[in-house]
Design a protein around this ligand. Structure first.
Ligand code: UTP
Length: 286
């Protein structure tokens, strides 16, 4: 007997994630002169640990940080500290020891982005590290609450597709029309028959004025991208300010790759600015 039921999701499983955290964090200056904003606390752990746990909850245990010089404290947070472990063991502090060991089986990798030349440029720095058919991308500023994690929602959508249908899945949020100039906005071809939150995309526009916006679905900080998207990044002509933008890679691929959006459930909080961070503290410190 041949059983096909689980074979599809097994072979398509996403096991690697890139977390670009190389930005300068100017909105948190002067704090960010010495401390990366991703290490600001939310509850009893830093923001970046929330993202790592979002990956681990989906079985993604191969994680690449894209950092810039001066942000080494981010990967350091997840590294083992044998001396401290020995010390805690000697003092019988097994709870703390347990806490420190929770990342032991995770494979962390770090690459540098020497200049802040955009989100696509950040992902490009991890090009030689990824070796899977698809990779999860999580941008550090966006956290989601009141629903399954955004990554889980994207993975559920991705795993619905057959091998021929699969492609990129981009997290979307319905935003007010007057905010379109702050987001990448998608042009929707059609909704999935049984799962209307999944949308086939026929166009993307970076930060359009409301009168030019093809929809009010804005791109937010989670993606599943196929290998082909990483491969086209070196050919992307630089956008405004010499940037290599991920949205331009998707635009480049519209004729050759399936590009889907997923309208995420739940509330998104942008922790990348002080007001958003304050909101996040209220949610995660309770
Ligand atoms: P932002 O546009 O919020 O930039 O990047 P930023 O530097 O973090 O913050 P501000 O605007 O100066 O206050 C969104 C995400 O993309 C990453 C950032 O680290 C952040 O997680 N990023 C952005 C990179 O890794 N590299 C880039 O070149 C740009």
């Amino acid at each position: 007997m041949i059983v096909y039921v689980n074979s599809r999701s097994y072979f398509m499983k996403v096991t690697q994630a890139i977390l670009p955290v190389a930005g300068l964090g100017t909105r948190f200056l002067p704090w960010t002169k010495s401390v990366p904003k991703e290490l600001l606390p939310l509850g009893n752990q830093p923001i970046i640990a929330h993202l790592v746990h979002e990956c681990l909850d989906e079985g993604i245990d191969d994680i690449c940080f894209v950092i810039s010089k001066g942000k080494e404290a981010i990967p350091l947070y997840f590294e083992r500290h044998p001396e401290l472990e020995k010390n805690l063991e000697a003092k019988g502090k097994s709870n703390l020891l347990e806490e420190l060991k929770k990342y032991d089986s995770v494979r962390f990798h770090t690459v540098y982005q020497d200049e802040q030349l955009g989100d696509g440029h950040a992902i490009l720095q991890a090009k030689d590290w990824t070796d899977q058919h698809a990779t999860a991308i999580l941008f550090g500023d966006d956290l989601f609450t009141d629903a399954d994690s955004a990554l889980r929602q994207l993975i559920n959508a991705y795993e619905l597709f057959t091998e021929d249908e699969r492609g990129a899945v981009i997290a979307l949020e319905k935003i007010p029309l007057e905010h379109t100039s702050k987001y990448g906005i998608v042009d929707i071809e059609k909704e999935h028959e049984s799962q209307p939150r999944i949308k086939k995309i026929k166009g993307l526009v970076e930060k359009p004025n409301p009168e030019d916006a093809p929809s009010t679905f804005g791109i937010v900080g989670r993606y599943i991208i196929p290998r082909s998207t990483i491969d086209v990044l070196p050919n992307i002509t630089s956008g405004e300010g010499g940037e290599i933008r991920l949205i331009d890679a998707f635009i480049n691929q519209l004729g050759s790759e399936h590009i889907y959006g997923y309208e995420c459930e739940g509330k998104r909080i942008d922790t990348g600015n002080p007001e958003g961070y304050r909101d996040a503290v209220k949610v995660w410190n309770i």
